[in-house]
Design a protein around this ligand. Structure first.
Ligand SMILES: *Cc1c(COP(=O)(O)O)cnc(C)c1O
Length: 389
């Protein structure tokens, strides 16, 4: 018996998974015993700092933590998140009402449309973008409206290009800076423009801040919530995944406007039962004692970036030098589409990169490389690419 015909419209309406072909080829190459260098996945190869792991070992023995956590999160975790936030960005929040714990920020991003999108409502999403913005909106019955991120606009959306009737109908906007996949950064001025737009049309802004800490060359990325009036219109998603190399741990938080936080918490309390408290305790250690170690990890990514970019330039490939994130967004040479180039690089150089159109139509003409392998492997990867192009 097959149940595939029983799939809901919400499943059937999901966009096609564009990495199928690359995954298939990769597995084929692995089966043939090829030495694959995988720059495909945005998952740091560096282990979580031992100070955090040790905190977890200790916390896991506490029987109090073996019981259900609260959805909102332990108050100690929320207080620490608020303090960390004030240290990084200067804005203050109420830990009791303006923060909620998340089982990774993906969980919060996926759930927020359930609180604020009715069937038929419009949500503004960036293209290219993290795929969960679109699927979260679709699952809530909403209609994603794409904001193109173009190189000529420094990969920022041009809000003046959003038609009046769309802006009127929009309930939610997703943004993400420093950006995955383009590695672009936003200015405080841009965030001010966003606040003004959101106020005019009463749109909730959801800023995905997964990469605000992963910065290079002395740059520090602003929070959306630093912009004047941002708290009136939005929240920000923070994640310990990329900041502290904790992707497997599943912990993050949302912070900002209390009504928006309460809406998200209401959905969550009906869907999940919060983050394992031992993990929250380890997260407290990450957000306090883990910061110094994290800084040394960003330096590792910075060195990898330098090595990789130098190699790309030798290979004649064009890209901007990223100031943040561990991605490099590379323009395909004339005559190549994203899918063809990724396939060519995989088949001929045994290097996995991600075709840009997998992140949306506006990603066509680009490929994304993740700096999630050691320096010597990155060198090897660009050398192999240079040889075949
Ligand atoms: C990695 C990533 C996230 C999600 O991280 P979690 O592990 O769920 O906290 C969210 N947004 C972007 C853009 C990412 O790249």
């Amino acid at each position: 018996m097959s149940f595939t015909s029983n799939y809901t419209d919400r499943i059937n309406k999901l966009p096609p998974y564009l990495f199928v072909e690359i995954d298939r080829l990769k597995n084929q190459c692995l089966a043939r015993g090829k030495d694959i260098i995988d720059l495909g996945i945005g998952d740091p190869d560096i282990p979580t700092a031992s100070v955090i792991v040790e905190a977890m070992k200790f916390a896991v023995e506490n029987p109090a933590y073996h019981r259900y956590p609260s959805t909102a999160g332990m108050i100690s975790f929320r207080e620490t998140a608020v303090k960390w936030f004030a240290n990084c960005f200067g804005a203050k929040f109420d830990p009791a009402a303006e923060v909620v714990s998340l089982i990774g920020s993906k969980e919060g991003i996926g759930h927020i449309p359930m609180a604020f999108i009715n069937p038929g409502d419009i949500a503004l999403i960036p293209d290219p973008g993290y795929p969960v913005y679109r699927t979260g909106v679709l699952f809530a019955g909403g209609e994603p409206y794409v904001m193109p991120l173009l190189e000529k606009n420094n990969f920022l959306p041009d809000l003046s290009k959003i038609p009046e009737d769309v802006a009127q109908k929009a309930k939610l906007m997703f943004l993400n800076y420093p950006n995955n996949p383009t590695a672009a950064i936003a200015t405080k001025q841009f965030f001010k423009t966003v606040v003004k737009f959101a106020k005019k049309y009463k749109i909730i802004v959801c800023h995905d801040a997964a990469y605000t800490e992963v910065c290079f060359d002395g740059y520090s990325a602003p929070s959306f919530l630093e912009a004047e009036g941002a708290k009136d219109v939005g929240i920000e998603f923070h994640s310990l995944s990329k900041t502290f190399c904790m992707t497997g741990w599943r912990v993050g938080f949302a912070i900002g406007n209390k009504d928006i936080i309460a809406g998200l918490a209401k959905v969550k309390s009906n869907m999940d039962s919060g983050v394992f408290q031992a993990i929250q305790e380890a997260a407290v250690i990450a957000l306090t004692k883990g910061i110094d170690v994290a800084d040394t990890i960003y330096k590792v990514f910075e060195r990898r970036r330098n090595v990789f970019i130098a190699g790309l330039q030798k290979a004649g490939l064009k890209c901007r030098i990223p100031k943040a994130t561990f991605y490099v967004w590379i323009r395909c040479p004339e005559g190549y589409k994203s899918a063809d180039l990724s396939k060519f690089i995989l088949e001929e150089a045994s290097v996995v990169v991600t075709p840009g159109n997998g992140f949306g139509q506006c990603g066509e003409g680009f490929i994304r490389a993740a700096l999630t392998v050691p320096e010597d492997r990155l060198c090897e990867a660009v050398q192999r690419i240079a040889k075949i192009l």
